[in-house]
Write a protein of this length. Structure first.
Length: 153
């Protein structure tokens, strides 16, 4: 019978092996199977994070910085800025505008939903807290001081 420690170590070893395979894997592009082809549909985007297709043919694309862009259709080469949330979005490292959803009855119900890291300190009314209004990238906040260590319970 396998004990919990052996099982845990097996899982950890498997995870490390997978990660090493990803890190040290080949740097060249994968060869596509027969019958498949690769093509670029939209270019000129900076760190795109989500894409949604509207029933009226429009294509919505979010960028991590806080821009929501819309292409008129799949053939369009130039988007328009649908909404600029860069002042409210804290775009640093793993933070930023991460998701987008269209209302199920879009465009009849013209609601667009986004999820992002809000650039605001909950104890300070200033927005943005760490970035510059309208800037594409924000700095890293200084974490608060660690609480003092005590021996009391």
């Amino acid at each position: 019978m396998i004990n919990k420690r052996t099982s845990f170590l097996s899982i950890v070893c498997a995870a490390i092996t997978c990660l090493l395979g990803l890190i040290t894997g080949p740097a060249h592009a994968a060869t596509l199977p027969a019958g498949f082809s690769e093509s670029i549909v939209f270019s000129g985007l900076t760190s795109p994070t989500a894409i949604r297709f509207s029933s009226d043919g429009r294509v919505f694309v979010t960028e991590k910085s806080g821009l929501v862009k819309v292409f008129a259709n799949l053939s369009a080469t130039t988007p328009t800025v649908f909404h600029d949330l860069r002042t409210n979005v804290h775009n640093f490292w793993d933070r930023g505008l991460m998701g987008l959803a269209l209302h199920p009855n879009f465009p009849t119900v013209p609601s667009v939903y986004v999820i992002y890291t809000y650039d605001k300190d909950p104890n300070n009314p200033q927005v943005p807290r760490w970035g510059t209004p309208g800037a594409t990238s924000d700095g890293c906040p200084t974490p608060p001081q660690a609480p003092p260590q005590t021996d009391a319970l």
